[in-house]
Design a protein around this ligand. Structure first.
Ligand code: C2E
Ligand code: CA
Ligand code: CA
Ligand code: CA
Length: 279
């Protein structure tokens, strides 16, 4: 019984002669990690296909853990969401990204739109708009410089309220993206009335597209729909020249993927912008 309980509920007590799971160690060391600068942001460029210029960049969270080394956000974000730590961590991400924008600006870099991922739980905070506004004005960045990447999960609870918040954020001047479109239960109905600027097609969309004509047709149609709704389309996870060729043929606006660049350090990103956008 005890064993079953442990497995089911991941209970741990030091009295049990047992090793804590990695998950539990991560959960318990997050606050300390934040305070000791173990978190950092890496940046992945978004390339504008029409011009070949770097148009924006996505901030992606990294955790360099003293025991486990680099831990993937796919592993620790769900834990942070479960415990509520994501609120604190998410605010740190936004502030750090804003500070980075400021620093790049001071280095004389061209204006680049920086996007930050937001999880549903952050979005559900009562004062989300005010707190985003507070961070931006504290750091001194304009809302036009920042983009928020949101997934459809924000509509799971109280969709009317979510819509209201999206409108407020848009009125503030922030750019909004619908992330991971094409995964899970994506529905075109979301696209009807949400005020978003960018539709990000998930990488599962592009995988196999070179040989799968039906996938290509869906891809092509989605781009037409998005364009008719005044949205720009970003294809994520572009890894090969053949994939790039196809998304260009179908008039996709932007691409993000290893083919152009993986997520890199802020220094490396600045170099990339210098060499790509100056050319
Ligand atoms: P996402 O928002 O969909 O981010 C894109 C992910 O795809 C990133 O993984 C990126 O490194 C990866 N990627 C980019 N290009 C390619 C490619 O060509 N091929 C493949 N196979 N992958 C590519 P990463 O950095 O591991 O992040 C995973 C997820 O963790 C993100 O997915 C996002 O959901 C979450 N995440 C990351 N940072 C944050 C954050 O600051 N806040 C929140 N709430 N979630 C975050
Ligand atoms: Ca994202
Ligand atoms: Ca995504
Ligand atoms: Ca994702």
């Amino acid at each position: 019984v005890a064993k079953k309980q442990r497995n089911t509920y991941k209970l741990y007590s030091p009295l049990m002669n047992d090793v804590p799971t990695k998950e539990l160690i991560l959960e318990n060391s997050m606050l300390d990690a934040l305070e000791t600068n173990q978190f950092m942001l890496h940046y992945q460029p978004k390339l504008e296909l029409g011009t070949g210029r770097i148009h924006g960049v996505e901030a992606l969270l990294r955790w360099k853990h003293p025991e486990f080394g680099m831990v993937s956000p796919l592993e620790f974000i769900p834990i942070a969401e479960k415990t509520g730590f994501i609120i604190l961590l998410g605010e740190w991400v936004l502030r750090t990204a804003c500070l980075q924008v400021k620093q790049w600006e001071q280095m004389g870099m061209d204006a680049i739109l920086v996007s930050v991922n937001m999880s549903m739980m952050q979005f559900q905070q009562k004062d989300i708009v005010a707190s985003i506004k507070a961070v931006m004005s504290e750091v001194g960045v304009r809302p036009e410089q920042i983009e928020l990447e949101l997934t459809e999960s924000i509509f799971m609870e109280n969709p009317e309220h979510t819509l209201q918040i999206l409108h407020e954020l848009q009125e503030l001047g922030l750019k909004l993206s619908l992330d991971d479109f094409g995964t899970g239960y994506s529905s075109l109905s979301y696209l009807q009335n949400i005020p978003i600027h960018y539709l990000k097609l998930d990488k599962s969309f592009i995988r196999g597209i070179v040989t799968d004509i039906r996938k290509q047709m869906i891809f092509k149609s989605l781009i037409v729909i998005a364009h008719n709704l005044n949205m720009k389309v970003v294809t994520e996870g572009v890894e090969t020249a053949e994939e790039l060729q196809i998304i260009k043929e179908h008039n996709c606006d932007l691409m993000q993927g290893y083919l152009f660049s993986p997520p890199v350090t802020p220094e490396r990103f600045a170099e990339l912008v210098r060499s790509v956008n100056a050319a």
